[in-house]
Design a binder for this molecule. Structure first.
Ligand code: GLN
Ligand code: ZN
Length: 754
């Protein structure tokens, strides 16, 4: 039996890679300095895997920016515009593709989420001029070094089917026309690596998606060539992030030597797969969750190992992580501030390697002690008073339809709200945050470090709020916000005030390039000990006669951006959060706040990868929003904000959220997406973002007016709100003021015309 993980985090325990990259980009570190940091990390990570008792170490999973970009480089898919800026080293081209070239005014390649994770990859392009040539480059050097150090390397590449499916078609080409040439490039790479490693891992998570009809034939054709090209090396076909389902037949028909299954996301597929495995194929069991931080149930996993061994014989079974450990933080041992029992329940990448090794050795002499310890820890977690709060369980049981439903339908509410607020036609507002200036960040940091007292910090934030409210009044905006100076992100602020959450000191996970996030951990039943935002909102409202929006993050977004406990369904955790948000909403209302915005930035990204599961997800996600928002009177106006633009398939669901006003991103599509929101399908009022906050560019009033007129072709005049695409926290004040001034001018102009 063999043991391995499918990939390892890249950044290092102290995020060394992040700092080295940023130094390199700033010109403080030269290329050889950067590469030596990368070598050191790779060697350290190989040592961790080997010392844990794994049989091979991952090679090619380490990347200076992104592994999909690495693959694009290896197959030669470098778009024309990134070449030839006076030559430059390979690394120059690489980072130009990843980050753009400001001097030459060449924007970076597109970036998007890697399946349903929070990792972002660089989207390869396939256009009329794309030619493929394969060179193993850095991968060959890594293998060489690993062999030199005495390791058994397993090179990892994104497989051709996944690469092709993730690529973007430009200039009217069809991706499938390029499979042949792409396959030849892969063959060249595998040919160069042939015999240098026993196993080559080709990642095909695309096999866990609903595939288009061309995919099967293309995959069969490609893998027939690849199998020939890699000589004595054997191919491990890695599938993850879901079940194979209807693609199982395709997967086992490919001429590969081993198939990897994600048994964390799809335990049920084991039996089914065992029944159809060809005689010679090995099976790699993905048992240790690469997407979460909890210790594995070794007993339950070992039972699956036994089932596989009984069916295939030990020689044909491998044990592994479910997917790459890229999505897990590095080492729980460095968590010194964590409650010791919570810490005991967790396993980060380093610990996950040991768990995989333990599963391989579950028949060995050392196993009984290891397994007993694991059993004891899991039992302690299951029974822990930290996890279970009977009052929360009681409240969940008491949820009924009436708690998901506002008193009156949207139209009646609109009348009550208008009577209360008397807003003009085309009301103007913003999405919540205003520029997070250096002053704000310094105050927050000093407070966190204990250098600024609670009282002085409060005072500093109040000063910011006061200034921001004054600026909005002078801009003559209709609905104001306090500006969110006290929050550095949308989830941490709430997590810190909710029971059931904890925070790691070093639980960083790569989001893209050098950027890492440190998600909160939901370890137990969630409840709200007290109001979280009411003081800020009340203070802000006291400064103005105009309506002040209370600003909250919605339950689905809090869920999606956290590490979530794995002992109850996600939907149940989400309902617990929704109840806490509901209490906050009611407290805001009781404190006199007439408009409350509940952001659901992550509603769409939480969608399951498979079409067939989306309806169920959307049902509970939308119900959680309704649970959070429906406890208020008709005259209290509920807003929601969603900053993305692919709504076509979910407009009905957004309508079912039953918010009074919804703001969305729309400027980059020139309002085209509004077509999906025609008045018959979408009864709520809507604020299509009229300028892109991701850029410092200042839109002029005329341009905004044009967009608003376009919006009016779809949205009735009495339902149209005017706002930017998203929050303004990443912008500076001068451009913010200038843009909003033009926005207000445009709204007033439009009013004059109606
Ligand atoms: N209210 C948040 C803000 O303005 C919304 C951010 C978001 O949608 N990503 O910053
Ligand atoms: Zn947004």
């Amino acid at each position: 039996m063999n043991a391995h993980v499918l990939g390892f985090p890249r950044m290092g325990t102290g995020r060394e890679l992040k700092w080295a990259l940023e130094d390199f980009w700033q010109g403080r570190l030269d290329e050889s300095g950067l590469l030596s940091v990368a070598w050191e990390l790779k060697e350290r990570h190989w040592a961790i895997q080997a010392q844990a008792g794994l049989d091979s170490v991952c090679v090619g999973d380490h990347s200076l920016y992104d592994h999909v970009l690495d693959t694009a480089i290896m197959v030669g898919a470098v778009p024309e515009r990134f070449l030839g800026h006076g030559g430059g080293s390979g690394l120059d081209t690489y980072f130009r593709m990843a980050r753009g070239d400001a001097d030459a005014n060449v924007p970076a390649m597109t970036m998007t989420k890697w399946f349903d994770s929070n990792y972002h990859y660089i989207v390869p392009e396939i256009g009329p001029d794309t030619t493929f040539t394969g060179t193993s480059g850095q991968l060959a050097r890594d293998i060489h070094r690993a062999v030199g150090l005495g390791y058994n390397p397993r090179p990892i590449l994104v497989g051709p089917l996944t690469f092709l499916l993730l690529a973007r078609e430009v200039g009217g080409v069809s991706r499938w026309d390029h499979m042949e040439a792409l396959t030849r490039a892969y063959c060249d790479i595998l040919g160069e690596l042939a015999g240098q490693a026993r196993w080559v891992q080709l990642d095909e998570p695309a096999l866990c998606l609903d595939l288009p009809p061309q995919a099967a034939e293309a995959a069969r054709h490609a893998y027939a060539q690849l199998a020939k090209a890699c000589g004595p090396s054997q191919i491990l076909l890695a599938t993850y992030f879901g079940e194979l389902r209807e693609n199982l037949g395709l997967a086992v028909s490919l001429p590969v030597d081993a198939l990897h299954l994600d048994l964390v996301r799809g335990r049920a597929q084991l039996q089914e797969t065992l029944a159809v495995m060809p005689q010679s194929m090995h099976l790699s069991l993905g048992l240790v969750n690469g997407r979460n931080i909890w210790r594995t149930d070794l007993d339950a996993s070992a039972r699956l190992v036994d089932i596989a061994c009984a069916a295939l014989g030990e020689d044909r079974v491998m044990v592994a992580s479910s997917c790459s450990l890229l999505h897990a933080p590095m080492d729980v041992e460095s968590e010194n501030a964590l409650d010791p029992s919570l810490k005991q329940w967790m396993a980060f990448a380093v610990q996950k390697c040991a768990e995989v090794a333990a599963l391989k050795g579950h028949g060995s002499a050392a196993a009984p002690a290891l397994f007993a310890e694991n059993r004891a820890v899991l039992a302690a977690r299951n029974g822990s008073a930290l996890v279970h709060n009977p009052a929360v369980a009681q409240r969940l049981l008491a949820i009924d339809e009436s708690m998901l439903t506002r008193t009156s339908p949207a139209v009646a509410r609109a009348t009550a709200q208008q009577a209360r607020m008397g807003l003009p036609l085309f009301p103007t507002t913003t999405i919540g945050s205003y520029p997070q200036t250096a002053e704000i960040r310094q105050a927050r940091l000093a407070h966190k470090r204990g250098e600024l007292s609670d009282a002085s910090y409060q005072e500093a934030m109040r000063r910011q709020i006061k200034e921001t409210v004054g600026r909005q009044e002078r801009l003559d905006l209709d609905v104001l916000v306090h500006g969110e100076p006290e929050r550095n992100d949308m989830v941490e602020y709430f997590g810190q005030q909710l029971d059931g959450f904890c925070f790691t000191s070093n639980g960083w996970v790569q989001s893209y390039g050098s950027r890492c996030v440190k998600p909160p951990v939901i370890f137990g039943d969630v409840s709200r000990p007290g109001p979280m935002t009411v003081d800020w909102a009340v203070y802000a409202q006291s400064l103005t006669d105009r309506p002040m929006k209370g600003m909250l993050t919605g339950p689905v977004t809090i869920l999606c951006w956290s590490f979530v406990r794995d002992d109850i369904p996600r939907s149940e955790v989400c309902r617990q959060i929704a109840l806490a948000v509901r209490d906050e909403v009611r407290d805001l209302e009781a404190a006199g706040i007439s408009i409350i915005q509940i952001d659901e930035a992550a509603l769409r990204e939480g969608m399951p990868l498979r079409e067939s599961e989306r309806g169920q997800y959307l049902r509970w996600a939308v119900d959680c929003f309704r649970l959070a928002s429906s406890g208020v009177d008709d005259a209290t106006q509920i807003h929601s904000h969603m900053c993305y633009s692919e709504f076509n398939t979910i407009v009905e669901w957004i309508a079912r959220m039953d918010a009074d006003v919804v703001s969305i991103e729309a400027s980059r599509s020139g309002m085209r997406l509004l077509d999906a929101f025609d008045a018959s399908r979408f009864p709520a009022r809507i604020g299509p973002g009229i300028y892109d906050i991701h850029s410092p560019r200042i839109p002029d009033a005329e341009e905004i007016l044009q967009l608003l007129r376009k919006a009016l072709r779809v949205v009735p005049a009495d339902r149209l709100w005017v706002n930017p695409d998203c929050g303004l926290k990443t912008r500076a004040w001068p451009e913010t003021l200038a843009s909003l001034r033009n926005m207000v001018t445009a709204a007033k102009q439009l009013r004059a015309e109606h």
